[in-house]
Design a protein around this ligand. Structure first.
Ligand SMILES: Cc1ncc(COP(=O)(O)O)c(C=O)c1O
Length: 396
């Protein structure tokens, strides 16, 4: 071959660094195209296998490495990574449900899960019902011959009710229905979703595994190759791959996950205990506190007996009805360290105010009033407490 021009040499440079490089942090392999050795290798490709590479969407060393670690974190065998926690929920629904099927969703599930059921799933002829996760008999009664999938979540989003998860999962198993648990709150730390009985564990890695508030990613974990395969096929057909830089960011954060989870937990409990002494609120919603709905189920599942148990850094408070929306808004606006923003699991403390008359049907939540959800970050707790105190003064 004639000598290449510099630009060609830059693209086809022959240097290959020596194999066997080893360092604490994983490398970042970026690719849409994966190059095959020869035509036979291209024809023999198996995109489902982790023994080789086919196309960037189906995996690179970086994404395979993260998949294996998330599977280990959740105590599963297979893991599929998708571009957000919501995409993980959608991937499960699209894979398991077809026209004529029904999905059951707890009424306190992550809101966009319900929105997906009301939107695309309904358009595709898939029906849904909301069930009361705190009443296993309600779930049992709603399962029909058309029920193909039951969502579980512990605790519920925003209102933090902790269900009897093993019992709900057992009902699904006894009735031959696949259960999928949104286990984002547990973070792979507070309890094991498979041991609680779920068939599929979904985790929004956007939260604690990322830990930085700067990555969107989700995972679908299974322990059963037969269940994994249809999920993987949907993932392939929808093109739900993730980027290598995001995978690397999560790989970098994972070793500190247990330490961070614990720190968020301790800080949140200290602030929640402080809120309990405040006259402005009628209820604290944190599953590790007595009086919070489902506290006994949290204790049974998250090791609360004897020890302190484990919980995420999330809780909500319900303001007394005499506090109107404008006053609670004033409290939220007066906060300096707690920022107004969705999501959780990062270093910065966040709040979201909710009008309960808009968030839950009155048959489920009869009290009107304002609720504020706190995601406690990693700031100094005394500073956070002082921030809450000054904001309450501004409100009162
Ligand atoms: C319980 C729960 N599941 C799933 C998600 C979705 O995660 P993502 O923001 O990555 O789509 C969230 C996000 O807030 C969540 O709180």
């Amino acid at each position: 071959m004639t000598k290449s021009k510099p630009i060609t040499a830059l693209i086809h440079h022959p240097y290959v660094p020596p194999a066997g490089f080893s360092a604490p942090q994983a490398g970042v392999f970026k690719a849409s195209t994966v190059i095959f050795r020869d035509v036979a290798a291209m024809r023999a490709r198996d995109w489902k296998s982790k023994h080789g590479y086919t196309y960037g969407l189906h995996g690179t060393p970086t994404t395979f490495m993260l998949e294996e670690r998330i599977a280990a974190l959740e105590g599963g065998e297979q893991c599929i990574l998708v571009p957000s926690g919501l995409a993980a929920i959608a991937n499960v629904a699209m894979s398991l449900l077809k026209s004529g099927d029904e999905v059951l969703i707890p009424h306190n599930a992550y809101g966009p899960n319900k929105a997906l059921a009301e939107g695309e799933l309904q358009q595709w002829g898939i029906t849904h019902q909301l069930y009361d996760p705190m009443n296993p008999a309600d779930l049992e009664a709603r399962i029909t011959a058309h029920t193909r999938l039951v969502w579980l979540e512990a605790p519920g989003s925003v209102t933090m009710e902790f269900p009897d998860l093993p019992r709900l999962a057992r009902i699904c198993r006894d009735r031959g229905v696949t259960s999928a648990l949104d286990s984002t709150w547990a973070g792979g730390i507070a309890f094991n979703g498979f041991e609680a009985g779920a068939d599929i564990v979904v985790h929004a890695l956007t939260k604690y595994p990322s830990g930085g508030g700067d990555v969107l990613m989700g995972a679908i974990v299974t322990r059963d190759e037969e269940l994994h395969l249809p999920l993987k096929l949907t993932h392939m057909r929808m093109g739900f791959g993730i980027g290598a830089n995001d995978a690397e960011a999560v790989l970098r954060s994972l070793p500190s996950l247990p330490v961070r989870y614990h720190a968020h937990d301790i800080a949140a409990r200290e602030l929640a205990a402080w809120w309990q002494t405040r006259p402005e609120i009628s209820q604290l919603l944190h599953p590790a506190f007595e009086g919070s709905p489902g506290h006994e189920h949290w204790r049974a599942l998250c090791g609360g007996d004897g020890g302190g148990g484990l919980a995420a850094g999330l809780f909500s408070v319900l303001f007394r009805e005499r506090y109107r929306t404008e006053q609670v808004d004033r409290f939220c606006d007066a906060l300096q360290l707690f920022k107004l923003g969705y999501s959780w699991g990062g270093p910065m403390s966040l709040i979201v105010p909710y009008d309960m008359s808009l968030l839950r049907h009155p048959s489920i939540w009869p009290d009107n009033g304002m609720l504020v959800r706190f995601s406690v970050g990693l700031e100094d707790v005394a500073d956070l407490k002082a921030d809450l105190e000054q904001a309450l003064r501004a409100m009162n």
